[in-house]
Each structure stands twice: as structure tokens, then as C-alpha cells.
Design a protein around this ligand. Structure first.
Ligand code: HAM
Length: 422
């Protein structure tokens, strides 16, 4: 038997209605913030991720799905959405209207990671990216989107961690402080950290292996190396978060696994007991140099992405049931094959008039038809037999109260409209 590749999964049944529900909720939330939906390719030229996400990140150095197509081009399945959105902004000159440009996306990402609960090789992200504003209000707005989404869903065990990496100047000063500090301890660090030391020492602070040891605990703190402009930006972000009543924790070891961040970085975690180690539901930050690095104009950006699978796990952990499946409006069945055509025509009429309709394809008996109507969550059942076809007066049953009605064919849409809106 051919099986799905490791780290991937099929979406069907309850999971598909949950995902459809989330997409609908996200779409309406994005309308409220006036963000526009953008879709970019699932694969891009490999160079985009090497330049954009950064060579020293695990995502690019260890986890990409790289391949050559039949034209010998180097391509990569996107491991994240930001770089592709930036490429789209530059290629389509969307930055002309970037005052600011506020976008969102939803789709599959691919990372060759060791699969576990909440960590897949193909997973979905809902993300937002905004371009053209370096106002700290935008950082706060973007954070408020995740917080409000989670609030709308009823999640309670959520924590917002924020930090600042400062601007380039602050980062360079901090970088040399870290190099000086870690130099005598190099032999005590893990192999990954040894290589991070020369390539991107900030990422040493993000190390899962060495985290918690004394060397890490005593490392210099970014907050001591921020210049005035960076401090002011971060203070404003906090002020705006407070203005919306958003609770946050400043976590000064938060540096995030991607190279492109400047100023604000943040992660939203599920703190529900027993959730597991993959508890970062969404994360993001400001990336004021990324557009330029990828070859565009000097335009700032800030955004985030939420992992949909982890969000579903968090909902399950808090016992929150979300679903887009509200059952159907009408179920039809014919008492004999002679009336199938009549039933089929009526089903079509009802569907084009806006009702959610299903019907009996297999000629079940009456009892099994009612059982099936229950399974589909049908609110009304229409029975079609000899009398109905000859008189054009239909027999309709309320599937909940079992009340029976006789309704003229020409009045059926009006009747159902009225009854369903009761
Ligand atoms: P990221 O932290 O790499 O950031 O991923 C964002 C979210 O995607 C994570 O918090 C997690 O929920 C989910 N995620 C990541 N990897 C996996 C995986 N293997 N399986 C399941 N879920 C996963 C980014 O991707 C940035 N592009 C976010 C961003 C947007 N920053 C600025 N704009």
C-alpha cells in the first residue's frame, strides 16, 4: 500500500470542517483590519530563501526541500511565507502603494524536521505581512491580530512574549558583546553553537541544547545595548499593547530562529498543562532590512505566522470545539426509482435558490433514509412518492420535531426560507 510521506497528513472529516471554520473566521477578521489576501507559489527559486531567511538558520541550512526541475532550475518548497511575500512585493512593485500595504496569506509550508506532535514536514500557516510603516503602532496592531484571533476562538491559556533586537546599530554592538562574552566558553557550547558563534552569535541564545545553563544565564542582555531610537520604538510598542489591554511578558532571551528580524520580535505560546514542547502557536516580528536584502527598495515590514495544526491542538487541549459543519437544510428521497428525476430536479432548484441540499442516491428504504437524514444533520426531509408527483403537493417533515407539512411545489422555497429562519 502506498502511504503518505512521513510528517504529512490527510485532512478529512472533523479536521476539514475545523480548518474551513478557521479560514472563514480569519477571512472575516482580516476584513476588520483591512488586510488583503495574497497567494504566492508553493515553490520559489532556492536563492530567495538562502538570501531572505538566512544561511545560518536551521530552516535553510538543514530543513529545506530543495530540488531541480526538468529545466535544471534550483527550486525550494517554501519553508515559510515571508520571503515569498517580499519577493511578490518587489516583483509586482506593490510597494508603490505601500503606505502601508497590509497583506495576509494561508497555506502549506514545508520543513524537513523530525515529526512529533505539533511538528510536521508539511504544515499550514496563517500569516500577515505589512510593508511600508515603521510606526510601532504597526508592530502592536500585528500582535493584536493574533491575540484577538485567539480570543475570538475562546483560548485562555495563552501567553504573549515580546522582545526587541533593536536596530542594526544596536545589534552590531550587542553582537560584539556576545562574541567577547562567549569566546572563553566556546569549548563548553554544543557544536551548533560553535558554528553560530562565527555566523550569527545572537542565535546562541536561542539554543535548545544549551538553554538554562549558567553560561547562557549570565550572557549579556540585549536591553543593555539598545540605542535611544531602539528603546523608544520598543517602549511605544509596549504602550500601544497596553492601550488595547493586551498582556505581555518581556523575554530578553527571545531572539527567534530567523535572521531577518530587527526591533520587535514576539511569540505567542499555549501554556495549557501537558500541551507538549511545540507550544509556540504563532510568532513574528519586524524586518526592516529584508525587502532591501532581497533586492527591493528600503521598505520596512512587520508580520507573523500562526501554525494551524498547533492552533487546532491548542483548541483541543482547552476543550474548544470549532466546526464549520452545521448540517444540511434539506434531505430528499424518492419512494421509487420512477420519481428520481423529479427529486433530482427539485434538489437542483433548491440548491440554486441557496439551500444546502443532499439526497438519496442509492434507493434506501424509508427507515434508512430517515437515519441517513439524521446523520447528515438535515433540518427538513422531503419525501417524493406517487401522490406528490401527481399533485405537485410535497410532503415535508421537520426532522427535529417530526411535524409534517403539505406544501405546494411553487411555495417550497418560501416555506423553507421561513421555517429555517425561525
Ligand atoms: P516561524 O516561527 O518559523 O516563523 O513559524 C511560525 C509558526 O509556524 C510557528 O510558531 C509554528 O506555530 C508554526 N510552525 C513552524 N514550523 C512548524 C512545523 N514544522 N510544524 C507545524 N507547525 C510549524 C515564520 O515562519 C515567520 N515567517 C513568521 C513571520 C511572518 N515573521 C514575520 N512575518
Amino acid at each position: 500500500m502506498i502511504q503518505k510521506p512521513k510528517g504529512t497528513y490527510d485532512i478529512y472529516g472533523d479536521k476539514s470542517s475545523q480548518i474551513l471554520f478557521l479560514r472563514k473566521l480569519i477571512t472575516s477578521l482580516m476584513d476588520k483590519y483591512n488586510y488583503k489576501y495574497v497567494q504566492t507559489p508553493i515553490f520559489e527559486s532556492s536563492e530567495l530563501f538562502h538570501r531572505g531567511v538566512g544561511e545560518t538558520t536551521d530552516i535553510v541550512s538543514k530543513e529545506t526541500y530543495d530540488f531541480k526541475d526538468r529545466g535544471n532550475r534550483d527550486l525550494t518548497l517554501r519553508p515559510e511565507g515571508t520571503a515569498g511575500l517580499v519577493r511578490c512585493l518587489i516583483e509586482n512593485k506593490l510597494y508603490i502603494d505601500a503606505n502601508p500595504l497590509k497583506t495576509w496569506y494561508f497555506g502549506s509550508m514545508f520543513r524537513y524536521e523530525r515529526p512529533q506532535s505539533g511538528r510536521n514536514r508539511e504544515f499550514s500557516q496563517f500569516g500577515v505581512e505589512t510593508f511600508g510603516s515603521n510606526d510601532p503602532m504597526m508592530d502592536a496592531e500585528v500582535i493584536s491580530i493574533i491575540v484577538n484571533l485567539f480570543k475570538l476562538l475562546g483560548l485562555k491559556g495563552i501567553k504573549v512574549n515580546i522582545n526587541t533586537l533593536g536596530d542594526m546599530e544596536s545589534r552590531m554592538t550587542y553582537r560584539s558583546a556576545l562574541l567577547d562574552y562567549f569566546k572563553p566558553y566556546l569549548d563548553d557550547l554544543c557544536d551548533d553553537c560553535k558554528s553560530r558563534y562565527s555566523k550569527n552569535p545572537l542565535r546562541i541564545l536561542d539554543c535548545k541544547v544549551d538553554s538554562g545553563n549558567e553560561i547562557m544565564k549570565n550572557a549579556p542582555k540585549m536591553s543593555d545595548y539598545l540605542n535611544e531610537a531602539s528603546k523608544e520604538h520598543f517602549d511605544k510598542v509596549k504602550e500601544y499593547l497596553e492601550s488595547m489591554g493586551i498582556e505581555y511578558v518581556v523575554c530578553d532571551t527571545l531572539v527567534r530562529g530567523l535572521d531577518y528580524y530587527t526591533h520587535t520580535v514576539f511569540e505567542v505560546t499555549s501554556e495549557v498543562e501537558g500541551f507538549g514542547s511545540q507550544n509556540v502557536l504563532g510568532a513574528g516580528g519586524r524586518y526592516d532590512n529584508l525587502v532591501k536584502t532581497i533586492g527591493g527598495p528600503d521598505i520596512p515590514g512587520v508580520g507573523f505566522a500562526v501554525g494551524i495544526e498547533r492552533l487546532l491542538l491548542a483548541l483541543e487541549a482547552e476543550g474548544i470545539n470549532v466546526s464549520e459543519d452545521n448540517g444540511i437544510d434539506v434531505y430528499l428521497f424518492a419512494m421509487s426509482t420512477d420519481y428520481k428525476r423529479y427529486m433530482f430536479e427539485l434538489a437542483n432548484t433548491l440548491r440554486v435558490n441557496g439551500f444546502n441540499v443532499d439526497l438519496d442516491y442509492s434507493g434506501r428504504n424509508i427507515k434508512n433514509n430517515f437515519k441517513h437524514a439524521d446523520k447528515l444533520g438535515a433540518k427538513f426531509v422531503v419525501l417524493i412518492g406517487k401522490d406528490e408527483v401527481e399533485s405537485n403537493i410535497l410532503t415535508i417533515k421537520n426532522n427535529e420535531t417530526k411535524e409534517e407539512y403539505k406544501v405546494k411545489l411553487e411555495d417550497i422555497t418560501l416555506f423553507l426560507d421561513e421555517k429555517l429562519s425561525e
